[in-house]
Design a protein around this ligand. Structure first.
Ligand code: PLP
Length: 383
């Protein structure tokens, strides 16, 4: 018996968790009950559709028709007519030539960047990009150039000095913690001038940015451009679960053939497909929801300005409150919850060290009375 097998097999695991605890970075799960008297500014249900009776009914209907699971991967038995319907309607909504549903937004990013990347493709990636893009870049095997956040000169310089035959520029449309908008139009001009592909993650933009929530790419008039590939999640504005890619049919064809996150994964459950389809149709019929969520976000930011913790007006639904120290962020978030308002709390590694923050996410169906309550709570805990 070697010395290693004599040791406590969980000693290293406990040490890692203890170190996180000591640094104020330990995370735990807190199951929520079905009903609670709390205003939720932490979730991503931007349009208030997750519990809309029409969305919930569509999930149930889809499960009754197709079953609780999709029964297989997309290329075997997992592609139902409902998946194909959602792909068509999502693409039409966002002005894309084709759509392809994945099991999550995370997997959509993994699939796109591994399929479009490779050793012969340098990926230029914004420093503020979501963790799923960072992981996807690593997995792609591409040389990676990380450029400072929203720095167009650095994007230009990175693409100008690429020493591989191909290049790809990847950015969040709305950055998930800072809530700011990428300069999509300018990035695309630079990307195209260097013959690069551009991948835009619209997770926080779909349903929020642009007329009727078409997203940042369509709002910039780039929906049908063959060199622009979009990833979206179905789990935020669309109140469901899953992800999708919106792109030229050549790109979705490549993904069906080579994206391992698509090929080797069981297809999204029919209930999630049905729920997303119902939510999309509601958004089409009630396009003002997108403007409403943006107005709520501006109201939230307005409460923070006099408290000295917030500057620029938000571009979408995400309103960050940078507090710096992780323990202070946890304490303030706990105080908000005790006062009946749940806010998001972000600490390293989700944000860089020294940038721990609260994240308030707007929801289109918050009433004036709800907002008054939020304003009073924020004033008391941040004073
Ligand atoms: C910018 C961004 N991209 C991708 C994802 C992943 O999407 P999903 O939750 O559907 O896996 C998220 C968050 O969940 C996100 O914030």
């Amino acid at each position: 018996v070697s010395e290693r097998t004599d040791r406590d097999p969980l000693a290293r695991v406990r040490a890692i968790v203890a170190a996180r605890e000591a640094a104020g970075l330990r995370r735990t799960l807190r199951p929520r009950p079905p009903h609670e008297n709390v205003l939720d500014l932490a979730g991503n249900d931007y349009l208030g559709l997750a519990r809309d009776p029409r969305v919930a009914a569509a999930a149930g209907d889809a499960a009754r028709v197709w079953g609780g699971g999709s029964t297989g991967s997309r290329l075997v038995t997992g592609t139902t007519e409902l998946h194909a319907q959602l792909e068509r309607e999502l693409a039409d909504f966002a002005g894309a030539a084709a759509g392809l549903v994945f099991s999550s937004g995370y997997l959509a990013n993994l699939g796109v960047l591994t399929a479009l990347g490779g050793r012969d493709v340098t990926i230029v990636s914004d420093a503020g990009n979501h963790a799923s893009i960072i992981d996807a870049c690593r997995l792609s095997g591409s040389p990676i150039a990380v450029v400072p956040h929203r720095d167009l000169d650095k994007v230009e310089a990175a693409l100008a000095t690429v020493d591989t035959p191909h290049a790809l520029l990847v950015t969040d449309a709305v950055f998930s913690v800072d809530g700011d908008l990428a300069p999509i139009g300018q990035m695309h001009r630079i990307s195209r001038s260097h013959g690069a592909m551009m991948v835009v993650d619209e997770a926080h933009a779909l349903g929020v940015v642009g007329e009727g929530g078409v997203g940042a790419v369509a709002a910039a008039g780039l929906g049908a451009e063959p060199d622009v590939v979009r990833t979206v999640t179905l789990s935020k504005s669309l109140g469901s679960q899953g992800g999708a890619v919106l792109a030229a049919p050549e790109v979705t064809d490549l993904l069906v053939n080579t994206a391992r996150a698509f090929v080797f994964d069981t297809a999204l459950a029919p209930s999630s497909v049905g729920a997303a389809l119902a939510a999309l149709r509601i958004l089409l019929a009630e396009p003002d929801r997108a403007a409403s969520v943006r107005a709520v976000a501006r109201a939230l930011a307005g409460f923070l300005t006099p408290l000295g913790v917030r500057g620029a007006p938000p571009a979408a639904a995400v309103v960050p409150v940078v507090l710096g120290d992780p323990r202070r962020a946890v304490d303030v978030a706990s105080a908000c919850l005790r006062a009946g308002v749940r806010v998001g709390c972000f600490r390293p590694p989700s944000v860089p060290p020294g940038r721990s923050c609260l994240r308030l996410t707007a929801c289109a169906d918050l009433s004036e009375a709800d907002l008054d309550r939020v304003s009073a709570v924020l004033a008391s805990v941040l004073a």
